[in-house]
Design a protein around this ligand. Structure first.
Ligand SMILES: Cc1cc2nc3c(=O)[nH]c(=O)nc-3n(C[C@H](O)[C@H](O)[C@H](O)COP(=O)(O)OP(=O)(O)OC[C@H]3O[C@@H](n4cnc5c(N)ncnc54)[C@H](O)[C@@H]3O)c2cc1C
Length: 184
């Protein structure tokens, strides 16, 4: 889809998924606002494994080069018997870049989130913390997204999505996809 027809987009949620989606859209030239309900952008938890299907995309997004210096590249994945600890099988990981086009990495979740955040900022994504999104139906089958930032002001962001027939999350997703041209 050419960037000049990308609709202005509101991404709800500033986790790994939301930041990645916002970055993809911004790098295609879209105007993107991201709203996160927490007071700040942070990841709860410890490590995360990233297989080549993820690291290939992160390379294209300019994120891989930021996380590689703080990530570990395990040499082998071992599956073991949970009771006895006996090795059942193992998988060599060192040839993943040549076989699958990207490395297998393990890193702290917050390091991944920081790198995504930095790339979103560099790419012009408007980031709002303390912004809980609510969807208010204006008439029975029409939805528009509004979000409230910390100061209490409401802002309209998304285009109106008209749902043909009874509303359901699937129908809303379908209508949004049609609106953004993702169905092509
Ligand atoms: C124990 C465990 C281990 C895992 N290990 C791996 C792994 O090794 N490798 C891997 O690839 N995946 C792993 N996963 C899966 C991966 O962690 C998740 O798929 C990923 O973190 C989901 O990211 P997300 O951004 O979609 O969701 P979340 O991280 O849940 O982020 C959603 C964000 O949206 C915000 N939000 C929600 N509602 C609103 C609202 N109304 N308005 C504004 N903001 C809102 C929330 O505050 C939150 O910050 C693991 C998951 C678990 C539970």
């Amino acid at each position: 889809m050419p960037s000049d027809v990308l609709p202005e987009t509101l991404v709800v949620g500033g986790g790994i998924g939301g930041l990645s989606a916002a970055l993809c859209l911004a790098l295609r030239g879209g105007a993107v606002t991201l709203a996160e309900r927490s007071q700040s952008f942070a990841e709860v938890g410890a490590g995360i494994q990233l297989a080549p299907n993820a690291t290939r995309i992160l390379r294209r997004l300019g994120v891989l080069e930021k996380i590689e210096p703080v990530a570990v590249r395990p040499r082998r994945l071992v599956l073991a018997d949970a009771i006895e600890g006996r090795e059942l099988t193992s998988l060599a990981l060192t040839d993943f870049p040549s076989r699958y086009g990207g490395p297998y990495l393990v890193l702290h979740r917050d390091d991944l989130l920081r790198a995504l955040l930095e790339r979103c900022e560099q790419s012009g994504v408007k980031l709002h913390a303390d912004a809980h999104v609510t969807v208010q139906p204006s008439v029975a089958t029409t939805y528009s997204a509004r979000f409230r930032v910390g100061n209490g002001a409401w802002q309209d962001i998304a285009e109106t999505v008209t749902i043909p027939g009874p509303a359901s999350s699937l129908r809303i997703a379908e209508a949004t996809a049609v609106l953004s041209g993702d169905h092509e």
